[in-house]
Design a protein around this ligand. Structure first.
Ligand code: FAD
Length: 115
């Protein structure tokens, strides 16, 4: 270690973004992670034939248009040298179908839209 080197605790998106930003500015960075997998809440896990997301499903503020609302996307593109690409979500983008609970409720749906 020398002055200017950095140690980042945790390899979630916050830790990795900080580490990548420091490395891009020429710092030597050590990322320490307690789990056997990197990524924190960006990770997935599998049970039987199903894959579950632990956290991040979709993110906002990553459009291409200039302006403060897309700052997050510009930062991610800077961190990844433009390699990160995003796909738009349909609207509504969440549809939850609950099983029939009685004869009167045939199907209930919850739609979520970004407005
Ligand atoms: C169910 C759920 C759904 C979500 N959905 C979305 C979504 O759709 N869109 C969105 O933008 N956000 C979503 N979020 C929020 C988003 O996932 C988090 O805000 C973000 O991932 C947090 O990143 P982080 O790096 O701060 O922390 P984390 O991803 O939690 O990473 C922290 C890491 O640090 C490690 N760590 C902790 N303590 C130590 C230690 N002492 N030593 C070593 N390692 C350590 C942990 O093991 C972990 O890997 C969701 C969160 C949850 C829980």
């Amino acid at each position: 270690m020398s002055i200017g080197d950095a140690i980042v605790i945790g390899s979630g998106i916050g830790g990795l973004a900080a580490a990548a930003a420091l490395a891009k500015r020429g710092r030597r960075v050590l990322v320490l992670e307690q789990h056997f997998r990197l990524g924190g809440l960006t990770q997935t896990f599998v049970r039987r034939e199903y894959t579950f997301a632990t956290g991040v499903h979709y993110i906002g503020g990553v459009g291409e248009a200039p302006g403060p609302e897309n700052q997050f996307g510009r930062m991610l593109r800077w961190l990844t040298n433009g390699r990160l690409r995003f796909a738009s979500l349909a609207s509504p983008y969440d549809i939850v179908r609950l099983p029939e609970s009685n004869s009167r409720s045939r199907r209930r749906e919850r739609h979520t839209s970004r407005g």
